[in-house]
Structures are given as structure tokens and as C-alpha cells.
Design a protein. Structure first.
Length: 148
């Protein structure tokens, strides 16, 4: 082999090696990109599932609260009807004042109790509905920490 042929063979070998290295790097980059895209797809799917679950919890809780409000309304109407009958049966101003005092006290206590119960129910519902989203946020932060 002549010096020119040897040099040409060396250049050819170097070119083949360089192209092979480029192909290997490109394949590695493509594989890594595909893996990242798959991970992102799965992560996004998880986020959508969390939003759907959160919506289901919220809808169910709101439905339960509405049923409670309807029951409270029925009870209030029944109580008011009984109070009207009691007021109609009053025979003296003293008896009226005593009855009125009893009604006001009972209604105040019932209002405070209902307000407290409804506030607790709303807070619990908010926490329950936010739980799936909170879990996804925690997972996202964990992924960010691992990537950093």
C-alpha cells in the first residue's frame, strides 16, 4: 500500500468511526427523548385523573351538602309552623314574652350549631377535593428535585 492509500484508508476509518459515534449519540438522544415524552404523557394523564377525581369528590360533597340544606329547610318550616301554633295559643302578654324568649334562644342556638356544622363540612370537602391535586403537586416537586 502506498502512503496515499494508507492515508486515505485512515481518513475513511476515521470518518466511519465519527459517523458511527454520531449515529450512537443520535440514537441515545432519540431514546432519551422518547423516554421523556412517555414520562410526560404518563404524568399528564395522572394530572387529568387527579382533576377528574377531585371533581367527583367535590360534586359528591356538594350533593350531600344540598341534601342537608333541604333537610334543614324542612325542619325549619316544621319548627316555624309549630311556633306559629304556639303563638296563636298564647293567652297573656307574659306568656307571649316567655314563648318569644324561648323561640329566640332556641333559634340562636340552632343558627350557631348549623353555621358551625356547615363550616366544618365545607372545610372538610375543600380538603378532600384538593387532596388528589395536592398529591400530584407533591409528585411534580419530587420530579423537579430529582431533575435538579
Amino acid at each position: 500500500m502506498t502512503k496515499a492509500q494508507t492515508k486515505a484508508a485512515d481518513l475513511t476509518a476515521q470518518a466511519k468511526e465519527g459517523l458511527s459515534d454520531i449515529q450512537t449519540r443520535a440514537k441515545t438522544a432519540f431514546d432519551k427523548g422518547s423516554e421523556i415524552a412517555t414520562d410526560m404523557g404518563e404524568f399528564t394523564k395522572g394530572n387529568v385523573e387527579a382533576v377528574v377525581e377531585s371533581g367527583k369528590i367535590l360534586a359528591s360533597g356538594m350533593q350531600d351538602m344540598a341534601k342537608g340544606y333541604i333537610a334543614e329547610g324542612k325542619t325549619a318550616v316544621e319548627t316555624m309552623t309549630a311556633d306559629v301554633k304556639d303563638v296563636a295559643a298564647v293567652k297573656s302578654p307574659t306568656e307571649f314574652v316567655e314563648l318569644q324568649s324561648k323561640i329566640v334562644s332556641r333559634n340562636f342556638d340552632a343558627t350557631v350549631a348549623t353555621f358551625s356544622k356547615n363550616t366544618e363540612t365545607m372545610l372538610k370537602l375543600a380538603n378532600d377535593a384538593f387532596a388528589p391535586l395536592s398529591g400530584r403537586m407533591s409528585l411534580a416537586m419530587e420530579k423537579v428535585r430529582k431533575a435538579a
